[in-house]
Design a protein around this ligand. Structure first.
Ligand code: ZN
Length: 338
């Protein structure tokens, strides 16, 4: 089979790779219906995370189970399944409290931009949909594999509750789905920070009540201005840069919460500033597995449509163009069809 392999900065190739097989009795092999390019794939693509050897890419996937190992009990061939980027047993102490991305047995799934993927710990990792979905539903189901699950976790971590005021830092796909999550959780006001017209439009469609184009000090001042000088109850940090993290902390009211899901690059926090900020901080790699059953139901019933973040769909063999379009910010997020 052919799949995506990153060789170095902006050198993404679609080339022959080993076809995955069942290598442990707890594995499943899934035939991918759709996969996509993640904002976090751009860190190695841009050379910010160095690549030392040709590296298969992709960690978002959904599709039809092709084969399962002899010890797999709950997942069967023919089912349509969604899994997270971390395989998890779903039984260890960390999984039991809903932190499957800290599973004691976790394994990163990083080769999903391909027609087939091997999923370890299939029973703990994969969740089947009620039936094989119509094609039109596939983008929204795919989004649950990471980007929507991550936006949802950001809103959870920021303690979004009905009637609250929420600010979202970052207008990438995760930030936009953070807006959708906050709306679904009943936030009254949602302030989306974006200076990009197409993204502002989607943010409004997903439920943003206000758009804040200013950044940094000015952005914080604008959030304060819109909240009677207090700050937002909940702030979702969906970027991972020092500027975004500081902006998030400073835009949060005393006693409020920051949910941070942007993978940090160069973020260091000053103890004094943190001490006097009086905010809750919670975040990390989203335990997507915790939310999959609930989010599948919301998509299945047509209550949310997170697949709208995909504004470019390409055949998998054009994966390199999918990366380029996101790198150049011509696309919010690229969906790939094998
Ligand atoms: Zn576990």
């Amino acid at each position: 089979m052919r799949g995506a392999v990153l060789y170095g900065p902006r050198d993404l190739r679609f080339e022959e790779r080993e076809t995955p097989i069942i290598s442990k009795p707890t594995d499943a092999v899934v035939r991918i219906s759709a996969t996509c390019v993640c904002g976090s794939d751009l860190w190695p693509y841009r050379g910010i995370n160095p690549i030392t050897q040709p590296t298969p890419m992709g960690h978002e996937y959904c599709g039809i189970v092709e084969e399962v190992g002899s010890e797999v009990r709950s997942i069967r061939p023919g089912q349509f399944v969604i899994g997270s980027f971390f395989a998890s047993d779903n039984t260890c102490p960390n999984c039991q409290i809903g932190y499957q991305s800290s599973c004691q047995e976790k394994q990163f799934i990083g080769d999903a931009q391909a027609p087939l993927v091997r999923v370890p710990l299939a029973d703990g990792t994969l969740v089947a949909t009620p039936a094989v979905p119509k094609d039109a539903l596939v983008p929204s189901l795919l989004a649950l594999s990471d980007v929507m699950g991550t936006g949802w976790f950001a809103a959870h971590a920021a303690a979004v509750k009905p009637g609250k005021t929420v600010a979202v830092v970052g207008d990438g796909a995760v930030g936009l789905l953070g807006v959708l999550s906050a709306r679904q959780m009943g936030a009254k006001r949602i302030l989306a920070m974006s200076r990009h017209e197409a993204r502002q439009k989607l943010a409004r469609e997903f439920g943003a009540t206000d758009i804040v184009a200013a950044r940094g000090d000015e952005g914080v001042a604008r959030i304060k201005e819109l909240t009677d000088g207090i700050g937002a109850d909940s702030v979702l940090e969906c970027v991972g840069t020092p500027e975004a993290m500081l902006q998030a902390i400073r835009a949060t009211r005393a006693g409020g919460s920051v949910g941070y899901v942007g993978v940090p690059h160069g973020v260091t926090l000053d103890g004094q500033a943190l001490f006097y900020a009086h905010v809750h901080l919670h975040g990390g790699p989203a335990p997507v597995r915790r939310f999959l059953p609930e989010l599948i139901e919301l998509v299945w019933k047509g209550k949310i449509n997170p697949g709208k973040v995909f504004d470019l769909t390409l055949p998998l063999e054009q994966v390199a163009e999918g990366y380029r379009a996101m790198d150049e910010r011509r696309a919010i997020k690229t969906l790939l069809r094998p």
